[in-house]
Each structure stands twice: as C-alpha cells, then as structure tokens.
Design a binder for this molecule. Structure first.
Ligand SMILES: NC(=O)c1ccc[n+]([C@@H]2O[C@H](COP(=O)([O-])OP(=O)(O)OC[C@H]3O[C@@H](n4cnc5c(N)ncnc54)[C@H](OP(=O)(O)O)[C@@H]3O)[C@@H](O)[C@H]2O)c1
Length: 282
C-alpha cells in the first residue's frame, strides 16, 4: 500500500533509538524525507549509518552525524535537547532549510526508569513534565503554522500505556504521559480546522534500549522483584496478554499510518500494548 508519504518531510524526536529510530526507518522506506533528533551526536551518527545501511560510497555519515552525498536531501540528524529554550523554532529553521516544507512531527523523545513514588525527587517530576508535556507542546506550537502554510500536516505523540492506566512504578512518568494524552486531545481540536491532525500512540512494554539497556526498565524491574533480569523479563512477558514485549517496528507501523495523508484520524489514542491495559475487566 502506498501511504503517500513520498518526499514529505517528517521530524522524529528521539529518532536515534528505539521507537523513533524504527519510525525513521519506515518513513525512509516510504520515500519520506526524515530529520532525526536526539541529544547525543555519536548516537545520531550510529543511527544515521544504520538507516542508510547500504554502505554506498556516494553516501557518508560523519562522526557528529553529518549526512553527506546523495542521502543529504533525504536524511538529516539534528543534535538538540527538545526541552531546551526555543527548541521548536530552532528545530523548525534547521529542518526547513535542509529538507524543505514540513509535513509530519513525531514526538518520541523520552526516558523512564523504575522509581518508587516516595523516592522520586522534585527534579524528576519536573524533568518528566518538561519532556512529555512542555516540549511536545512547544514543538506543536512552532510547527503547526508551518504545516498549515504548506497545506497541512500530521503529528503523533508517543505516549504510553502508563498514561492510560497510571502506574506507580514511575509516577512522574505516568502523570506526564497522562498530561501528554490530554495535550493531544486539546491540540487535535485546536488544529483540525488548520488541516493538521494530532494523535497519540500508547505503547506498552516495548523491546527498546529504554527497557533493555543497563539502567533501563528491565534492570529496575529485576531489582523491584528481587530476581535476575532473565527471570524478571519472563515474568513481565507472562503478565502481557500477547505474552511478549512489543517490537519498536510494531509501534512504528501505527505511527507511520497515522502520519499518512490517507488518514482522517485526529484526537485518537492508539494502544500498541499487546492487550496490557484492559478495557474489559474479568
Ligand atoms: N520502550 C517502551 O517500553 C515504551 C513504552 C511506552 C512508551 N514509550 C515511549 O516511547 C518513546 C520512545 O521510547 P524508546 O523506548 O524508543 O526509548 P529509547 O530507545 O531510550 O530512545 C529514546 C530517544 O529519545 C531521545 N531523547 C531522550 N531525551 C531527549 C531530549 N531531552 N531531547 C532530545 N532527545 C531526547 C534519545 O536520544 P538522546 O538520549 O541521545 O537524547 C533517544 O533517541 C518515549 O517517549 C517513551 O516514553 C516507550
């Protein structure tokens, strides 16, 4: 199926890893122009090399993620903290200059860990709110007028099952993701008449570095359960109706479908959680 994303410019925050990286890969496969955003230049460079894959001599990626050669017009890496001052305006200027008028925005930048509520610091509460509510709001404010001027657009906020059914395993994260879902609804209503759709996806536990890397959710879960990581993973998977973590590609497929101009969805939250959040209780 042709999703009509060819030559449409899309920005993916958190595009250097996990769900964002899988989204960037699918978008490039659809012929879109893609800017991936993260803070760490080396991580962006690794992601860009992985995305270009072919090792084509005409394309190269520098140590700071600079994409050269034929791929320059298709892929850009932008090192930026989305929580920083004026992040939206700075990002928009760089993307438009490099890849042309904007169509899509995926707010996937995020981070989480397992922290008991009584141990959460004020800084952790603030950081989660900044990253999941203030930053997407600022990016939507900056990007929506440019999308409207270019004929319309589509925004996808990567929320979480923790925002649908708040989890006490990281209360600051759950509250901020709940806020991100409310933000999505408000902006969907506000921007619909401007030709810009706004939706959210709500993944459950997904096999990305956020879960699987040292210091990630799995390590915290194992500590919480007093078990080894392999055993903790088995227990988490057993608690999910589908019996396994989602893959980042499964989440990305839903995101890319929402980005497509073939969609008329707006103001919707799409769960991608293997049945984790129960709508019907036994
Ligand atoms: N994996 C899951 O189980 C799961 C479940 C539900 C929801 N989610 C949500 O899905 C989104 C993506 O998570 P993931 O699992 O793909 O995580 P991941 O693999 O750890 O990737 C996170 C990405 O966000 C970037 N990032 C973090 N803070 C940033 C900041 N301040 N400014 C710019 N970029 C930033 C990271 O790059 P740098 O560190 O280099 O900045 C990285 O590219 C997050 O919003 C997360 O809350 C994940």
């Amino acid at each position: 199926m042709d999703l009509d994303l060819r030559d449409r410019t899309c920005v993916v925050t958190g595009g250097s890893s996990g769900i964002g990286l899988a989204t960037a890969r699918l978008l490039l496969g659809e012929g879109a122009r893609v800017a991936i955003v993260g803070r760490d230049e080396a991580r962006l460079a690794r992601a860009a090399r992985e995305l270009l894959g072919s090792g084509d001599a005409e394309e190269s990626v520098g140590a700071r993620g600079e994409v050269e050669g034929e791929a320059r017009g298709r892929l850009a890496t932008i090192a930026l903290d989305v929580s920083g001052a004026e992040a939206g305006a700075r990002l928009l200027a760089r993307v438009e200059e490099r890849l042309g008028p904007l169509w899509g925005l995926v707010n996937s930048a995020g981070t989480s860990k397992v922290v008991p509520s009584e141990e959460l610091t004020e800084a952790e509460w603030r950081d989660q709110w900044e990253l999941n509510v203030i930053a997407p709001q600022a990016l939507m404010d900056a990007f929506a007028p440019a999308m409207e001027a270019a004929g319309g657009g589509s925004i996808v906020n990567v929320a979480s099952s923790a925002g649908r059914q708040p989890s006490a395993r990281n209360a600051a994260y759950a509250v901020a993701k709940r806020g991100q879902l409310a933000l999505t609804l408000l902006y969907a209503n506000r921007l619909a008449s401007h030709g810009v759709r706004v939706n959210a996806v709500a993944p459950g536990p997904t096999a990305t570095p956020l879960w699987l890397e040292p210091g990630g959710m799995l390590e915290g879960t194992a500590r919480e359960l007093g078990r080894g990581e392999a055993e903790a993973l088995t227990q988490v998977e057993a608690s999910l109706p589908l019996g396994r973590l989602a893959t980042p590609e499964e989440v990305a497929t839903v995101i890319v479908t929402l980005l497509s101009p073939l969609s008329s969805r707006t103001g919707a939250t799409s769960p991608v959680d293997g049945g984790h959040v129960k709508e019907v209780f036994p």
